[in-house]
Write a protein that binds this ligand. Structure first.
Ligand SMILES: [Zn+2]
Length: 325
């Protein structure tokens, strides 16, 4: 088993109107390092890619990567580079990236070029940026790779934003991670989703995660029992709902539930949009101590206040949301 720490540089259309929905980001460089199970670097991969969808390099990308169209013109095309890369990865690679974007972009480029490669389903990977935050910050903050490298006082030159260098620095951060403590917190790649009526369930020890398939709207998703009901993160039994699901923002819903055996559970639904306008949800459930439970109740009260306020304002304007009054 090998860890493949990879990084991509990509180009995009200079004119948003001519951006291809199936390929918003076109890969122009793949860089990677291979680590053995002990975290030692045993091999490197670095190739430029000749773009075909957006042949001229966006000036912003050029400024960041110092790559220009003329340089890329001489490079091999994506199918050939990617085939070499995937072969170099070997069987059952465990992918590690800085942030959550690279696997999605890699998979969209593979699909765009009609290449076939069997990724695991669900595909899990190590998001080194997230793990860095869990170990060295609050678990929520996301810092730039450069910042992490500086904070860890790792030897470096001023050569960020090229694929191999960034992959190498990500690997250096990876080597500093305490995988015994944080290695369980794998990330899930959402490029492909569960089929209709199926769910991906993960138990990370301190919380559970469920990834749904796609729905036309949030409202349609909320008709799905499996989304609405909350299972205890410890025993998997259905909980009693203590407050109904409520929206904290357009991006996430919250609720508080109770397992007769394990006490209060906080459940969160994070909504994610798909390019076609559909949505899917990522539900997480974790134990809620008194303090956390109180926080959820407070947020629920604030939500109710907000609803009452917007209803009052609706009355003042002589309209209501459903138009019946
Ligand atoms: Zn339970």
């Amino acid at each position: 088993m090998h860890y493949i720490v990879f990084d991509l540089e990509w180009n995009q259309s200079q004119n948003p109107a001519s951006s291809l929905p199936e390929l918003p980001f076109e890969i122009i460089e793949i860089g990677a390092v291979k680590l053995d199970k002990n975290g030692r670097i045993i091999s490197r991969f670095s190739e430029l890619v000749r773009p075909s969808a957006y042949p001229s390099v966006n000036p912003i990308i050029k400024k960041v990567t110092k790559l220009d169209s003329a340089q890329l013109k001489c490079a091999p095309e994506f199918p050939s580079v990617c085939a070499d890369f995937l072969e170099w990865c070997g069987e059952d690679p465990v992918f590690c990236t800085w942030g959550s974007g690279d696997l999605m972009v890699l998979r969209s480029n593979i699909d765009y070029h009609g290449m076939e490669y069997e990724f695991h389903s669900p595909l899990t990977y190590y998001d080194v940026q997230k793990l860095y935050s869990l170990q060295f910050a609050d678990g929520k903050e996301r810092v730039a790779l450069e910042t992490a490298v500086e904070q860890l006082v790792l030897p470096h030159a001023d050569d960020f934003h090229r694929a191999l260098q960034d992959a190498y620095y990500t690997a250096c951060v990876w080597q500093k991670l305490d995988l015994k403590r944080f290695g369980a917190y794998l990330s899930v790649d959402y490029y492909a989703l569960p089929a209709e009526g199926e769910y991906w369930n993960f138990d990370f020890g301190t919380y559970t995660k469920t990834v749904t398939g796609s729905y036309e709207t949030k409202a349609a998703a909320m008709h799905d029992d499996e989304i609405c009901r909350v299972r205890c993160s410890r025993c998997g039994e259905y909980c009693d709902m203590l407050v109904p699901w409520f929206a904290v923002s357009s991006r996430y819903y919250l609720t508080l539930a109770d397992c007769p055996s394990h006490g209060k559970m906080q459940a969160k639904l994070r909504w994610k949009s798909l390019p076609g306008g559909e949505v899917f949800a990522v539900k997480t459930v974790k134990s809620a101590n008194k303090e956390r439970a109180e926080k959820v109740r407070k947020k629920y009260k604030a939500f109710l206040k907000g609803v009452a306020k917007s209803e009052r304002e609706g009355d003042e304007n002589g309209t209501s949301e459903d138009g019946t009054e």
